[in-house]
Design a protein around this ligand. Structure first.
Ligand code: HAM
Length: 428
């Protein structure tokens, strides 16, 4: 039993096996291309941060801080936490490296693993990957719209065709306290109808009740006052402009007045992306984000507004697989190099490097000695050409070129094999 557990990844965590890598790579490539276009710079912060960074910024009353952090004490007595998200670490890095002295806004992107001690289920892991975009030092709602557009572009390029973005405004420190009071008042009268969790949420942060998926809470939430009706003048203008920009861009958005997000640092604009799942298998939001104009001030002293979002790589991959989305094939490997004997192995090592420099991928099996086994492998890989280099060929400065389709074999001068293969691959 112990051995069985020993040979399993920890609960909620998974290996990314070789056959899975293409999905991560594809998402990374698309995200990094788009980041380049919009002039975002890449940043990677440590996997660990001081626990306090997250409790201060994400909020003590949130599920993430209360239940989902992997925290531990170091031998030196510091409390560290595996990062559950990327925005707080970036805000920390912004302050630590004096980025307010750079031309503003500072636009950063990232791609890496994050950790939350959640109850594992479809689309919910304890280690998962996110890509994210953050704009620091820009207040205008045009930035909010551009961030939404960036996520939209990524999903378009990934061929996710039915994405929908839900948007809302959750106000700021001027209007939210009043709304919170109003909501609390409404909920307190219906406390008996709320689930256990929501009764606790009501005390700590009533906004979080709006997020509850329990049916009985949904009935209560349905009649609750909406924040959108209680925004202050500035927040209302900000939200109106944001929506106008979305209209201008022709983005298919949906106003969701119950969207509040699970992190406390947000102000004004919040958004979440969903993609229709054909099998009806709910993976949840594939991206989420919003504006966080008080976060930097909460952590440091500067008054620097921020806006950003992050996408969940595993959830996106599960949709790509479900919908059997195919991208153009990667460059296929068409050449196998088989060798026989030590001298041929030595020459093969160099020849492989020459192929690499020319950008021609080759399969080989240098550790194998049997020619038969190597030819079987070449067959299995389905290459067009197999090159055979034996002791005799090395001494004569030649190599055998076998066309795997016709079965024909030719002797080619070793120093001519690269241009010859290049020519043949170009033709086919
Ligand atoms: P979040 O909504 O907590 O936001 O996470 C962003 C995305 O990460 C989610 O929409 C989801 O796709 C994915 N995700 C979250 N938790 C899990 C999990 N346990 N398993 C698999 N995927 C998951 C943030 O993290 C904010 N930092 C986003 C942001 C950036 N806001 C402003 N800037």
């Amino acid at each position: 039993m112990r051995k069985k557990i020993l040979l399993q990844t920890p609960t909620g965590m998974h290996d990314i096996l070789p056959e899975e890598q293409k999905y991560y790579q594809k998402i990374f490539d698309i995200v990094s291309e788009i980041a380049k276009f919009y002039n975002f710079q890449r940043i990677e912060t440590p996997i660990l941060e001081r626990t306090e960074l997250f409790s201060t910024s994400i909020g003590l009353a949130t599920d993430i801080v209360q239940k989902e952090m992997f925290s531990f004490r170091t031998k030196g007595g510091d409390s560290l936490t595996l990062r559950p998200e990327g925005t707080a670490p970036i805000a920390r890095a912004f302050i630590q490296h004096g980025m307010q002295n750079l031309p503003q806004p500072v636009k950063l992107w990232y791609f890496g693993p994050f950790f939350r001690y959640e109850h594992p289920q479809a689309g919910r892991y304890r280690q998962f990957w996110q890509f994210g975009f953050e704009v620091l030092g820009a207040k205008n709602p045009v930035i909010d719209a551009q961030i939404v557009q960036i996520f939209f572009n990524i999903f378009q390029e990934l061929k996710l065709k039915n994405v929908l973005v839900k948007v809302n405004s959750i106000g700021d420190k001027t209007c939210r306290p009043y709304y919170k009071k109003l909501l609390s008042h409404y909920l307190k009268y219906r406390i008996e109808e709320l689930c256990e969790n929501c009764r606790r949420r009501l005390k700590e942060n009533p906004l979080r009740v709006l997020d509850c998926k329990e049916e009985k809470c949904q009935r209560v939430i349905h009649g609750a006052p909406q924040i959108i009706d209680h925004l202050c003048e500035e927040c209302r203008a900000h939200f109106r402009e944001f929506l106008e920009y979305l209209e201008e861009l022709g983005l298919p958005y949906q106003l969701d007045t119950k969207l509040v997000r699970g992190l406390d640092y947000y102000t004004r604009t919040v958004f979440e992306f969903f993609e229709e799942s054909e099998k009806g298998k709910e993976v949840g939001a594939i991206a989420g984000g919003g504006r966080y104009d008080n976060l930097i001030k909460m952590l440091g002293k500067q008054d620097v507004p921020g806006m950003g979002g992050a996408g969940g790589v595993e959830r996106i991959i599960s949709l790509i697989k479900e919908k059997a989305i195919k991208w153009p094939k990667e460059k296929k490997v068409e050449v196998f190099l088989a060798q026989l004997g030590n001298l041929a192995k030595r020459k093969s090592l160099v020849l492989i490097e020459n192929f690499r420099k020319e950008g021609i991928p080759v399969f080989e099996s240098l550790d194998r000695d049997s020619l038969k086994a190597q030819l079987r492998l070449a067959d299995k890989f389905g290459v067009k050409y197999t090159l055979i280099l034996g002791q005799k060929e090395v001494l004569e400065g030649t190599i055998l070129l076998r066309d795997m389709v016709s079965g024909q074999q030719e002797i080619i001068k070793l120093d001519k094999i690269l241009p010859e293969i290049k020519k043949r691959l170009k033709k086919s």
